[in-house]
Design a protein around this ligand. Structure first.
Ligand SMILES: Nc1ncnc2c1ncn2[C@@H]1O[C@H](COP(=O)(O)OP(=O)(O)OP(=O)(O)O)[C@@H](O)[C@H]1O
Length: 626
C-alpha cells in the first residue's frame, strides 16, 4: 500500500514525465478540461435566464439578443471544444510514440542479462497489457487528465449552485419554511461522504478485478508472444507440422483464452454490478434533490426558471461525482503501474562502466588473461564456470573443446562482457576489463556466435554493421567468407535485403549462407581478437574447407579463440583447452593431448576418429564411412 506522500510523488513524477515527452499535451488537457467543465453551466445559465425572463412577459426585442448570444456562445464553445479535442488527440499520439520509443531504446541499450531475464520480459509485458487492456500507466495521465479536470470543475461549480439552494431562504411565513433548516445541508454532507466511501469500495473491487485480469493477461501474453514467434518462424514451422504439434498449440491457445476470458468476465461483472448499484443510489439522491429544489421554488426561495440551473447543477454534480470517485480509484491503482514503468526505465546496469580508453595498437599487442574466474547465471545457484585460468597471448590461436553444456559459449560471453564474472577477473594488458570503456573494449573483438543473428537490413549493412561502409572492404570480406558465388547472383548486390520483413524482394538465405554472412561481418570488423563459436557447423564440406584454407588470411596475426566440436579442425591451433563441467581439465597442443589416454581429449578425439584418417604427411583427412 502506497502512502499518500509516495502516491503524490509518483503522480508528480508521472506528470513531469508527460510534460517532458509533450509539454503542450498537459496544457491543452487543462484548457479543454476547464472549458468542458464550465460549458454545461453556461448553457444552463442561459436557459434559466430565458425562462425567468419569460415569466416577466418580455418583448420579442428583449429576448432576441439573449437567445442570439446564447446561441453564439454555444456555437463558439462547441467549435473550440472540437478543435481542442482534435489537437489533444494528436498530441496524445505524439506523446505515446515518444514514450514507446523511450521504452524501446531502454530495451536496445539495457544489459544483455536483462534480455535473458524472464522477469524483465514480464515487466515489459505487464506495462503493455496495463496500457492496452486497462488504459493504465503513463497513458492514463496522457489521456485521462482532461476528464479529471472536467469532473473537478463540474464538481466545484455545481457545489456552488447546490450550496445556493440550501442557503436560499423560503419566507418564514411559508408552510415550507422548514426547508431552511441547516440539517438538510448536514444530511447532504454526511450522505456525500458515505457515498464517497461506498463508491470507492465498489470501484476498488473493479480495480482489483482489473489487476487480476492484467496479471493473468500478462502471463498469457508472454506465452502468446513466444508461441506466435514460433508459429511464424519457418524453422519451428517445419517441426510443428512434421511432429503434428498443431493440436498441442491449439490446446494451449484454448487454455489461455479461457483463463483470460474468465478474468475478463469477472472484471466486467464486477464493473457492471458496481455501476448498477451506484446508479440506483445516484438516481435516488437525484430524485430527492429535485424534490427539494422544486419545493424551494414553490416556497418562493428561488425564481421558478432557476429550477433549471439548480436541478441541472445537481444532475451535473451527481454525474460527475461517481466518475470522479472512479477516477480517484483508478489513479491510485495507476500509481502501481506507474511505479513499474519507472522501475523498468531505471533497470540499473549492473555492469561496471569503466572509462579507461583502449590503446589503439597497430601491432595488436592485446593480451587477455582470465584469472580465477567462476560464474553462475543470475538467479541460478549452479556454477557454470569454475575457477578458470587462461592467458590468450598475442597472435595465439587457441581452441576450446568440450562436451555440450561444458561452458564454452558462456566463457565467450564473459570475454565479451555480456556478463561479468561472479568471481575472479579478466584482465586486458594487466588491467581489469571492467575499467575500460565498454564500447572501446568491444571494438577489440570480432565474434561469431553459434546462434548468431542477422538483421532484416541490406547485405552491406549486415556485414558492415552500419549504414555506411567501404564497399571494397565488404566485397573482400564476402570473398574471404566464401559467399562470393551466392553474392554474384543477388539481384541488388550489397543493397539486397535479407529476409522479407522490410522489403518484399528481400532474399531468404540458407543456414550455411547465413553463417558465411556472419563470418563476413566478423572479417569486415577486422578486430585484433577473433572469436569463432562453431563457425562452420552449418557449412558444407567444401565451404568448410574454403574457410579453413582462408583461415590464415581471415585471422592473420590476430589472436584467435576457436570453439568447435569437430576436433580435426582444431589441430591448427597452437593450444587446445578442454572444458568439462565448467572446468578446464586439460590443455596443450593436439599431439600432446591425444597421447594422454586417461584424458578427456583422448575420449573426444577417438569418438570422432572413425571419421578421419591421416595421410603420409600427417595431414588429417575426412573419410567416407561405408
Ligand atoms: N541464460 C542462461 N541462464 C541460465 N543458464 C544458462 C544460460 N545459458 C546457458 N546456461 C547453462 O550454462 C551451461 C553451459 O552452457 P554453454 O552454452 O556455455 O555450454 P557450451 O559448452 O557452449 O555448450 P554447447 O557445446 O552445447 O554449445 C548449460 O548447462 C546451460 O544450460
Amino acid at each position: 500500500m502506497q502512502s499518500f506522500k509516495e502516491s503524490a510523488q509518483l503522480m508528480w513524477r508521472g506528470y513531469k514525465e508527460v510534460y517532458e515527452l509533450e509539454p503542450k499535451l498537459i496544457l491543452i488537457s487543462l484548457a479543454q478540461g476547464v472549458s468542458e467543465g464550465l460549458f454545461p453551466f453556461i448553457s444552463l445559465f442561459f436557459t434559466s435566464w430565458i425562462i425567468n425572463i419569460l415569466f416577466t412577459q418580455p418583448t420579442f426585442e428583449e429576448l432576441i439578443p439573449i437567445i442570439a448570444s446564447a446561441l453564439l456562445l454555444t456555437f463558439t464553445a462547441n467549435v473550440l471544444a472540437n478543435g481542442l479535442e482534435h489537437y489533444r488527440i494528436t498530441l496524445y499520439y505524439q506523446a505515446k510514440d515518444k514514450k514507446d520509443m523511450k521504452m524501446n531504446n531502454k530495451v536496445i541499450y539495457m544489459d544483455y542479462e536483462f534480455i535473458e531475464n524472464t522477469e524483465v520480459h514480464e515487466l515489459r509485458n505487464f506495462l503493455d497489457m496495463a496500457e492496452l487492456s486497462g488504459g493504465q500507466g503513463l497513458h492514463y495521465y496522457m489521456l485521462e487528465t482532461k476528464g479529471l479536470i472536467t469532473q473537478l470543475i463540474s464538481l466545484v461549480v455545481a457545489s456552488v449552485f447546490v450550496l445556493q439552494i440550501f442557503t436560499a431562504e423560503v419566507p418564514a411565513t411559508s408552510s415550507l419554511s422548514f426547508l431552511n433548516s441547516g440539517w438538510f445541508l448536514v444530511g447532504v454532507i454526511i450522505v456525500g461522504i458515505a457515498y464517497f466511501l461506498y463508491a470507492s469500495k465498489i470501484y476498488e473491487r473493479g480495480v482489483n478485478a482489473l489487476n487480476k485480469m492484467l496479471e493473468s493477461a500478462t502471463h498469457t501474453n508472454n506465452i502468446y508472444g513466444f508461441i506466435m514467434n514460433q508459429l511464424f518462424d519457418y524453422q519451428s514451422g517445419k517441426e510443428i507440422r512434421l511432429y503434428k504439434q498443431q493440436k498441442v498449440y491449439s490446446k494451449v491457445f484454448k487454455g489461455m483464452s479461457e483463463s483470460t476470458g474468465e478474468a475478463l468476465t469477472t472484471m466486467q461483472n464486477e464493473e457492471n454490478l458496481g455501476t448498477t448499484k451506484l446508479q440506483i443510489w445516484i438516481h435516488l439522491f437525484l430524485g430527492l434533490g429535485f424534490l427539494f429544489t422544486t419545493l424551494k421554488a414553490i416556497g418562493g426561495a428561488i425564481p421558478p426558471g432557476s429550477i433549471v440551473i439548480y436541478t441541472g447543477a445537481l444532475s451535473n454534480f451527481m454525474m460527475a461525482f461517481p466518475e470522479f470517485v472512479s477516477n480517484v480509484s483508478q489513479l491510485k491503482n495507476n500509481n502501481k503501474v506507474l511505479k513499474k514503468y519507472f522501475e523498468f526505465l531505471e533497470l540499473k546496469s549492473e555492469k561496471h562502466e569503466g572509462t579507461l580508453p583502449i590503446e589503439k595498437r597497430s601491432d595488436h599487442e592485446y593480451e587477455l588473461e582470465v584469472r580465477n574466474v567462476s560464474f553462475k547465471y543470475p538467479g541460478s545457484d549452479d556454477y557454470v564456470l569454475k575457477n578458470i585460468n587462461l592467458k590468450l597471448t598475442i597472435g595465439e590461436k587457441m581452441a576450446i573443446v568440450g562436451m555440450n553444456g561444458s561452458g564454452k559459449t558462456t566463457f565467450i560471453k564473459l570475454l565479451a562482457r555480456l556478463y561479468d564474472p561472479s568471481e575472479g577477473e579478466i584482465l586486458l594488458n594487466g588491467i581489469d576489463i571492467k575499467k575500460y570503456n565498454y564500447d572501446e573494449y568491444l571494438q577489440l573483438f570480432s565474434v561469431v556466435f553459434q546462434d548468431f543473428g542477422l538483421f532484416s537490413f541490406s547485405l552491406g549493412e549486415n556485414i558492415a554493421a552500419s549504414t555506411e561502409y567501404e564497399k571494397e572492404k565488404v566485397l573482400s570480406a564476402i570473398e574471404d567468407a566464401g559467399f562470393k558465388e551466392r553474392y554474384d547472383k543477388l539481384p541488388k548486390g550489397l543493397n539486397t535485403y535479407l529476409y522479407q520483413n522490410f522489403e518484399k524482394d528481400g532474399v531468404e538465405v540458407s543456414g550455411g549462407e547465413a553463417q558465411k554472412i556472419a563470418m563476413a561481418r566478423a572479417i569486415y570488423k577486422d578486430a585484433p581478437i577473433v572469436i569463432l563459436d562453431e563457425p562452420t557447423a552449418a557449412l558444407d564440406p567444401i565451404a568448410e574447407f574454403e574457410i579453413y584454407s582462408h583461415f590464415d588470411k581471415i585471422v592473420g596475426d590476430k589472436t584467435a579463440l576457436y570453439i568447435s566440436h569437430r576436433l580435426s579442425s582444431c589441430r591448427f591451433c597452437d593450444e587446445i583447452v578442454v572444458f568439462h563441467e565448467g572446468e578446464i581439465v586439460q590443455r596443450g597442443p593436439h599431439e600432446e593431448l591425444v597421447k594422454d589416454k586417461k584424458g578427456k581429449y583422448h575420449d573426444l578425439w577417438y569418438a570422432q576418429a572413425q571419421y578421419y584418417t591421416e595421410d603420409d604427411e600427417g595431414e588429417i583427412k575426412e573419410v567416407v564411412l561405408t
